[in-house]
Design a protein. Structure first.
Length: 375
Protein backbone atom coordinates (compact mmCIF):
# COMPACT_ATOMS: atom_id res chain seq x y z
CA UNK A 1 0.00 0.00 0.00
CA UNK A 2 1.31 3.43 -0.92
CA UNK A 3 2.42 5.66 1.99
CA UNK A 4 1.52 9.36 2.07
CA UNK A 5 3.40 12.04 3.95
CA UNK A 6 1.93 15.53 4.20
CA UNK A 7 4.20 18.53 4.58
CA UNK A 8 3.67 22.23 5.28
CA UNK A 9 3.78 22.61 1.50
CA UNK A 10 3.11 19.83 -0.92
CA UNK A 11 2.56 16.11 -0.44
CA UNK A 12 5.03 13.28 -0.93
CA UNK A 13 3.73 9.79 -1.58
CA UNK A 14 5.85 6.65 -1.49
CA UNK A 15 4.69 4.31 -4.27
CA UNK A 16 4.69 0.50 -4.14
CA UNK A 17 7.60 0.62 -6.60
CA UNK A 18 9.69 2.30 -3.89
CA UNK A 19 9.88 5.62 -5.75
CA UNK A 20 8.40 8.90 -4.50
CA UNK A 21 5.69 11.01 -6.08
CA UNK A 22 5.43 14.70 -5.21
CA UNK A 23 2.46 17.05 -5.67
CA UNK A 24 1.15 20.38 -4.40
CA UNK A 25 -1.92 22.61 -4.63
CA UNK A 26 -1.14 25.69 -6.69
CA UNK A 27 -2.55 29.19 -6.61
CA UNK A 28 -5.17 27.99 -9.10
CA UNK A 29 -6.42 25.61 -6.34
CA UNK A 30 -5.64 22.59 -8.51
CA UNK A 31 -3.31 19.80 -7.43
CA UNK A 32 -0.24 19.49 -9.65
CA UNK A 33 1.96 16.38 -9.73
CA UNK A 34 5.67 16.29 -10.56
CA UNK A 35 6.28 15.20 -14.18
CA UNK A 36 8.26 12.17 -12.98
CA UNK A 37 8.73 10.17 -9.81
CA UNK A 38 11.86 10.37 -7.67
CA UNK A 39 14.27 7.73 -6.48
CA UNK A 40 14.89 9.45 -3.12
CA UNK A 41 12.52 11.36 -0.81
CA UNK A 42 14.96 14.25 -0.55
CA UNK A 43 14.68 14.83 -4.31
CA UNK A 44 10.88 14.96 -4.04
CA UNK A 45 11.19 17.42 -1.15
CA UNK A 46 13.49 19.63 -3.18
CA UNK A 47 10.99 19.66 -6.08
CA UNK A 48 8.22 20.78 -3.70
CA UNK A 49 10.51 23.45 -2.22
CA UNK A 50 11.31 24.77 -5.71
CA UNK A 51 7.59 25.11 -6.53
CA UNK A 52 7.02 26.93 -3.22
CA UNK A 53 9.82 29.40 -4.05
CA UNK A 54 8.18 30.06 -7.43
CA UNK A 55 4.87 30.82 -5.77
CA UNK A 56 6.44 33.03 -3.06
CA UNK A 57 8.41 34.93 -5.69
CA UNK A 58 5.35 35.40 -7.89
CA UNK A 59 7.08 33.43 -10.63
CA UNK A 60 4.69 30.50 -10.69
CA UNK A 61 3.02 29.44 -13.92
CA UNK A 62 0.47 26.61 -14.36
CA UNK A 63 2.48 23.56 -15.51
CA UNK A 64 1.75 22.06 -18.88
CA UNK A 65 -0.36 18.94 -18.91
CA UNK A 66 2.02 16.01 -19.37
CA UNK A 67 0.37 12.81 -18.23
CA UNK A 68 -1.33 12.09 -21.52
CA UNK A 69 1.84 12.82 -23.47
CA UNK A 70 4.34 10.37 -21.96
CA UNK A 71 4.96 7.49 -24.35
CA UNK A 72 5.25 3.82 -23.52
CA UNK A 73 8.87 3.83 -24.71
CA UNK A 74 9.82 6.60 -22.28
CA UNK A 75 7.92 5.10 -19.37
CA UNK A 76 9.10 1.52 -20.03
CA UNK A 77 12.75 2.62 -20.13
CA UNK A 78 12.38 4.27 -16.71
CA UNK A 79 10.42 1.27 -15.41
CA UNK A 80 13.11 -1.16 -16.51
CA UNK A 81 15.92 0.92 -15.01
CA UNK A 82 14.27 0.95 -11.57
CA UNK A 83 12.56 -2.46 -11.55
CA UNK A 84 13.05 -4.47 -8.37
CA UNK A 85 11.93 -7.82 -6.97
CA UNK A 86 9.05 -8.01 -4.47
CA UNK A 87 11.71 -7.84 -1.74
CA UNK A 88 13.07 -4.59 -3.13
CA UNK A 89 16.23 -6.06 -4.65
CA UNK A 90 17.36 -5.21 -8.21
CA UNK A 91 16.23 -7.75 -10.77
CA UNK A 92 18.84 -10.09 -12.20
CA UNK A 93 20.94 -8.85 -15.08
CA UNK A 94 19.77 -11.64 -17.34
CA UNK A 95 16.15 -10.88 -16.47
CA UNK A 96 16.72 -7.24 -17.36
CA UNK A 97 18.27 -8.27 -20.69
CA UNK A 98 15.32 -10.56 -21.38
CA UNK A 99 12.87 -7.74 -20.67
CA UNK A 100 14.85 -5.41 -22.94
CA UNK A 101 14.71 -7.99 -25.72
CA UNK A 102 10.95 -8.41 -25.37
CA UNK A 103 10.43 -4.66 -25.38
CA UNK A 104 12.58 -4.04 -28.45
CA UNK A 105 11.35 -7.00 -30.47
CA UNK A 106 7.70 -7.43 -29.51
CA UNK A 107 6.26 -4.46 -27.61
CA UNK A 108 7.78 -1.14 -28.63
CA UNK A 109 7.37 -1.64 -32.41
CA UNK A 110 3.61 -1.46 -31.80
CA UNK A 111 3.21 0.74 -28.72
CA UNK A 112 6.53 2.57 -28.28
CA UNK A 113 5.55 5.96 -29.71
CA UNK A 114 2.00 5.94 -28.31
CA UNK A 115 1.08 8.02 -25.25
CA UNK A 116 0.30 5.72 -22.34
CA UNK A 117 -3.26 6.96 -22.01
CA UNK A 118 -4.02 6.29 -25.65
CA UNK A 119 -3.44 2.52 -25.38
CA UNK A 120 -6.80 0.74 -25.25
CA UNK A 121 -7.85 -2.85 -24.46
CA UNK A 122 -8.80 -3.29 -28.12
CA UNK A 123 -5.28 -2.29 -29.19
CA UNK A 124 -3.76 -4.78 -26.74
CA UNK A 125 -6.03 -7.59 -27.96
CA UNK A 126 -5.15 -6.89 -31.60
CA UNK A 127 -1.43 -6.78 -30.77
CA UNK A 128 -1.59 -10.01 -28.80
CA UNK A 129 -3.49 -11.79 -31.55
CA UNK A 130 -0.84 -10.76 -34.08
CA UNK A 131 2.20 -11.92 -32.11
CA UNK A 132 3.76 -14.53 -34.38
CA UNK A 133 6.16 -16.31 -32.06
CA UNK A 134 6.30 -19.23 -29.66
CA UNK A 135 3.61 -19.49 -26.97
CA UNK A 136 6.17 -18.74 -24.27
CA UNK A 137 7.37 -15.55 -25.99
CA UNK A 138 3.77 -14.44 -26.49
CA UNK A 139 3.02 -15.04 -22.81
CA UNK A 140 6.20 -13.34 -21.61
CA UNK A 141 5.64 -10.31 -23.84
CA UNK A 142 2.08 -9.88 -22.61
CA UNK A 143 3.12 -10.36 -18.98
CA UNK A 144 5.79 -7.67 -19.35
CA UNK A 145 3.42 -5.14 -20.94
CA UNK A 146 0.89 -5.94 -18.24
CA UNK A 147 3.43 -5.37 -15.47
CA UNK A 148 4.59 -2.05 -16.94
CA UNK A 149 1.06 -0.70 -17.32
CA UNK A 150 0.06 -2.00 -13.89
CA UNK A 151 2.85 0.11 -12.42
CA UNK A 152 1.69 3.05 -14.55
CA UNK A 153 -1.70 2.79 -12.84
CA UNK A 154 0.00 2.83 -9.44
CA UNK A 155 2.02 5.87 -10.53
CA UNK A 156 -1.20 7.63 -11.64
CA UNK A 157 0.10 7.82 -15.20
CA UNK A 158 -2.99 5.98 -16.48
CA UNK A 159 -6.35 5.42 -14.83
CA UNK A 160 -6.84 1.80 -15.90
CA UNK A 161 -4.65 -1.02 -17.17
CA UNK A 162 -5.68 -1.90 -20.75
CA UNK A 163 -4.19 -5.42 -20.45
CA UNK A 164 -7.35 -7.39 -19.73
CA UNK A 165 -6.87 -10.69 -21.59
CA UNK A 166 -7.49 -13.44 -19.06
CA UNK A 167 -4.79 -16.10 -18.97
CA UNK A 168 -2.59 -14.41 -21.58
CA UNK A 169 0.41 -14.36 -19.22
CA UNK A 170 0.38 -18.14 -18.82
CA UNK A 171 1.61 -20.80 -21.19
CA UNK A 172 0.34 -24.29 -21.68
CA UNK A 173 2.91 -26.90 -22.57
CA UNK A 174 2.45 -27.71 -26.26
CA UNK A 175 4.56 -30.84 -26.12
CA UNK A 176 4.45 -33.02 -23.05
CA UNK A 177 7.84 -34.05 -21.70
CA UNK A 178 8.17 -37.80 -21.34
CA UNK A 179 10.52 -38.51 -18.43
CA UNK A 180 13.42 -40.88 -18.95
CA UNK A 181 13.15 -44.33 -17.45
CA UNK A 182 15.83 -45.58 -15.09
CA UNK A 183 17.18 -47.87 -17.83
CA UNK A 184 17.25 -45.00 -20.36
CA UNK A 185 19.01 -42.77 -17.85
CA UNK A 186 21.64 -45.45 -17.26
CA UNK A 187 22.15 -45.93 -21.01
CA UNK A 188 22.57 -42.20 -21.62
CA UNK A 189 25.01 -41.87 -18.74
CA UNK A 190 27.12 -44.76 -20.02
CA UNK A 191 27.32 -43.18 -23.47
CA UNK A 192 28.69 -39.86 -22.13
CA UNK A 193 32.40 -39.10 -21.64
CA UNK A 194 33.63 -40.07 -18.16
CA UNK A 195 34.05 -36.45 -17.03
CA UNK A 196 30.42 -35.61 -17.91
CA UNK A 197 28.61 -38.67 -16.60
CA UNK A 198 28.03 -37.26 -13.12
CA UNK A 199 26.43 -34.15 -14.65
CA UNK A 200 23.73 -36.35 -16.16
CA UNK A 201 23.15 -38.21 -12.91
CA UNK A 202 22.92 -35.05 -10.77
CA UNK A 203 20.66 -33.32 -13.29
CA UNK A 204 18.22 -36.20 -13.03
CA UNK A 205 18.44 -37.69 -9.55
CA UNK A 206 18.86 -34.28 -7.84
CA UNK A 207 16.62 -32.42 -10.35
CA UNK A 208 19.15 -29.63 -10.89
CA UNK A 209 19.11 -26.87 -13.47
CA UNK A 210 21.97 -26.85 -15.98
CA UNK A 211 23.36 -23.61 -14.53
CA UNK A 212 23.32 -25.12 -11.04
CA UNK A 213 25.16 -28.24 -12.17
CA UNK A 214 27.91 -26.39 -14.01
CA UNK A 215 28.57 -23.99 -11.11
CA UNK A 216 29.03 -26.78 -8.55
CA UNK A 217 32.38 -26.58 -6.77
CA UNK A 218 34.13 -28.90 -4.33
CA UNK A 219 33.01 -26.81 -1.36
CA UNK A 220 29.38 -27.35 -2.42
CA UNK A 221 29.62 -31.13 -2.03
CA UNK A 222 29.44 -32.72 1.42
CA UNK A 223 30.20 -36.36 0.63
CA UNK A 224 30.09 -37.40 4.29
CA UNK A 225 26.55 -36.06 4.76
CA UNK A 226 25.55 -36.85 1.20
CA UNK A 227 24.37 -33.31 0.48
CA UNK A 228 24.74 -30.76 -2.31
CA UNK A 229 24.72 -27.09 -1.27
CA UNK A 230 23.09 -25.08 -4.07
CA UNK A 231 24.17 -21.49 -3.56
CA UNK A 232 24.87 -20.17 -7.06
CA UNK A 233 24.13 -20.69 -10.70
CA UNK A 234 25.82 -19.68 -13.92
CA UNK A 235 24.17 -18.09 -16.94
CA UNK A 236 25.47 -16.57 -20.14
CA UNK A 237 24.29 -13.19 -21.35
CA UNK A 238 25.51 -12.08 -24.79
CA UNK A 239 28.51 -14.35 -24.46
CA UNK A 240 29.44 -13.17 -20.97
CA UNK A 241 29.56 -15.70 -18.12
CA UNK A 242 27.60 -14.49 -15.09
CA UNK A 243 27.73 -16.31 -11.75
CA UNK A 244 25.03 -15.23 -9.33
CA UNK A 245 22.83 -16.51 -6.57
CA UNK A 246 19.58 -18.22 -7.57
CA UNK A 247 16.70 -16.04 -8.76
CA UNK A 248 14.68 -16.58 -5.58
CA UNK A 249 15.44 -17.40 -1.96
CA UNK A 250 13.87 -20.82 -2.53
CA UNK A 251 16.63 -21.60 -5.03
CA UNK A 252 19.21 -21.53 -2.23
CA UNK A 253 18.85 -25.04 -0.86
CA UNK A 254 20.52 -28.23 0.31
CA UNK A 255 19.73 -31.39 -1.65
CA UNK A 256 20.25 -34.90 -0.37
CA UNK A 257 22.12 -37.01 -2.91
CA UNK A 258 20.51 -40.44 -3.46
CA UNK A 259 22.88 -43.01 -1.87
CA UNK A 260 23.30 -44.96 -5.11
CA UNK A 261 24.78 -41.82 -6.76
CA UNK A 262 27.32 -41.09 -3.99
CA UNK A 263 29.99 -43.57 -5.22
CA UNK A 264 30.02 -41.79 -8.60
CA UNK A 265 30.32 -38.43 -6.82
CA UNK A 266 33.33 -39.62 -4.83
CA UNK A 267 35.02 -41.05 -7.92
CA UNK A 268 34.36 -37.89 -9.92
CA UNK A 269 35.96 -35.76 -7.20
CA UNK A 270 39.04 -37.98 -7.35
CA UNK A 271 39.35 -38.19 -11.13
CA UNK A 272 37.79 -35.15 -12.80
CA UNK A 273 37.11 -32.13 -10.55
CA UNK A 274 39.47 -29.17 -10.39
CA UNK A 275 41.73 -29.06 -7.34
CA UNK A 276 41.00 -26.85 -4.34
CA UNK A 277 37.76 -26.08 -2.51
CA UNK A 278 36.85 -23.60 -5.24
CA UNK A 279 37.50 -26.16 -7.98
CA UNK A 280 34.67 -26.75 -10.45
CA UNK A 281 33.18 -30.23 -10.73
CA UNK A 282 32.59 -29.70 -14.46
CA UNK A 283 34.75 -27.35 -16.50
CA UNK A 284 35.91 -26.57 -20.01
CA UNK A 285 39.42 -28.04 -20.45
CA UNK A 286 40.45 -25.25 -22.83
CA UNK A 287 39.53 -22.32 -20.57
CA UNK A 288 39.18 -23.79 -17.09
CA UNK A 289 35.83 -22.04 -16.77
CA UNK A 290 32.35 -23.48 -16.37
CA UNK A 291 31.40 -26.18 -18.85
CA UNK A 292 29.45 -24.52 -21.71
CA UNK A 293 26.03 -25.81 -22.61
CA UNK A 294 27.18 -26.41 -26.19
CA UNK A 295 30.02 -28.71 -25.05
CA UNK A 296 27.71 -30.93 -23.04
CA UNK A 297 24.97 -30.77 -25.69
CA UNK A 298 27.23 -32.20 -28.41
CA UNK A 299 27.85 -35.39 -26.44
CA UNK A 300 24.30 -35.41 -25.08
CA UNK A 301 22.70 -35.60 -28.52
CA UNK A 302 24.71 -38.69 -29.40
CA UNK A 303 24.07 -40.36 -26.05
CA UNK A 304 20.31 -39.83 -26.10
CA UNK A 305 20.16 -41.12 -29.68
CA UNK A 306 21.94 -44.31 -28.62
CA UNK A 307 19.34 -44.70 -25.86
CA UNK A 308 16.46 -44.20 -28.30
CA UNK A 309 15.40 -40.89 -26.75
CA UNK A 310 15.98 -38.23 -29.42
CA UNK A 311 13.08 -36.27 -27.89
CA UNK A 312 14.69 -35.83 -24.46
CA UNK A 313 16.28 -32.45 -23.71
CA UNK A 314 18.84 -31.66 -21.05
CA UNK A 315 16.14 -29.81 -19.11
CA UNK A 316 14.08 -32.97 -19.44
CA UNK A 317 16.49 -34.55 -16.95
CA UNK A 318 15.31 -32.11 -14.27
CA UNK A 319 11.74 -32.98 -15.22
CA UNK A 320 12.67 -36.66 -14.89
CA UNK A 321 14.09 -36.10 -11.41
CA UNK A 322 11.02 -34.17 -10.26
CA UNK A 323 8.70 -36.87 -11.58
CA UNK A 324 10.69 -39.66 -9.92
CA UNK A 325 10.61 -37.75 -6.62
CA UNK A 326 6.83 -37.42 -6.91
CA UNK A 327 6.55 -41.13 -7.69
CA UNK A 328 8.65 -41.83 -4.60
CA UNK A 329 5.98 -40.08 -2.53
CA UNK A 330 7.33 -36.55 -2.13
CA UNK A 331 4.77 -34.04 -0.90
CA UNK A 332 4.25 -30.72 -2.65
CA UNK A 333 6.29 -28.97 0.05
CA UNK A 334 9.10 -31.51 -0.34
CA UNK A 335 9.10 -31.10 -4.11
CA UNK A 336 9.23 -27.32 -3.76
CA UNK A 337 12.24 -27.59 -1.45
CA UNK A 338 14.09 -30.06 -3.69
CA UNK A 339 13.42 -28.16 -6.91
CA UNK A 340 13.95 -24.69 -5.46
CA UNK A 341 10.44 -23.47 -6.33
CA UNK A 342 8.98 -20.50 -4.49
CA UNK A 343 5.36 -21.41 -5.34
CA UNK A 344 3.59 -24.78 -5.42
CA UNK A 345 2.37 -24.48 -9.03
CA UNK A 346 5.20 -26.42 -10.68
CA UNK A 347 5.44 -28.98 -7.88
CA UNK A 348 1.74 -29.69 -8.24
CA UNK A 349 2.26 -30.37 -11.96
CA UNK A 350 4.63 -33.25 -11.22
CA UNK A 351 2.26 -34.73 -8.65
CA UNK A 352 -0.59 -34.39 -11.13
CA UNK A 353 1.40 -36.15 -13.85
CA UNK A 354 2.28 -38.95 -11.43
CA UNK A 355 -1.39 -39.34 -10.51
CA UNK A 356 -2.34 -39.54 -14.19
CA UNK A 357 0.19 -42.33 -14.78
CA UNK A 358 -1.06 -44.13 -11.68
CA UNK A 359 -4.61 -44.04 -13.02
CA UNK A 360 -3.40 -45.37 -16.36
CA UNK A 361 -1.60 -48.18 -14.52
CA UNK A 362 -4.78 -49.01 -12.60
CA UNK A 363 -6.71 -49.22 -15.86
CA UNK A 364 -4.12 -51.59 -17.34
CA UNK A 365 -4.36 -53.78 -14.26
CA UNK A 366 -8.13 -53.95 -14.68
CA UNK A 367 -7.72 -54.93 -18.32
CA UNK A 368 -5.33 -57.69 -17.26
CA UNK A 369 -7.88 -58.92 -14.75
CA UNK A 370 -10.66 -58.82 -17.33
CA UNK A 371 -8.55 -60.75 -19.82
CA UNK A 372 -7.83 -63.37 -17.19
CA UNK A 373 -11.52 -63.74 -16.37
CA UNK A 374 -12.39 -64.05 -20.03
CA UNK A 375 -9.83 -66.83 -20.44
Amino acid sequence: MAKNQRRSFGKIRKLPSGRFQASYVGPDLNRHTAPSTFEARIDAEEWCAARRREIMGDEWQPPKVRAHRITLDTYATSWLATRTTPKGEPIKRRTRSHYRYLLDMHILPTFGTLPLRSITPAMVRAWHAGLADTPSVRAHSYALLNAILRTAVTDDEVTKNPCQIRGASKTTRVKEIRPATIDELAAITAAMPDRMRLAIQLSAWCALRFGEVTELRRRDVDVKAGVLHIRRGVVRDNGEVIVDRPKSAAGVRDIAIPPHVLPMVRQHLLDHAQIGQDGLLFYAPTTGGQLPHSSLEWHWRRARRDAGRDDLTLHGLRHTGATMAAQAGATIKELMARLGHATPDMAMRYQHETAERDRALAERLSRMAAASDAG
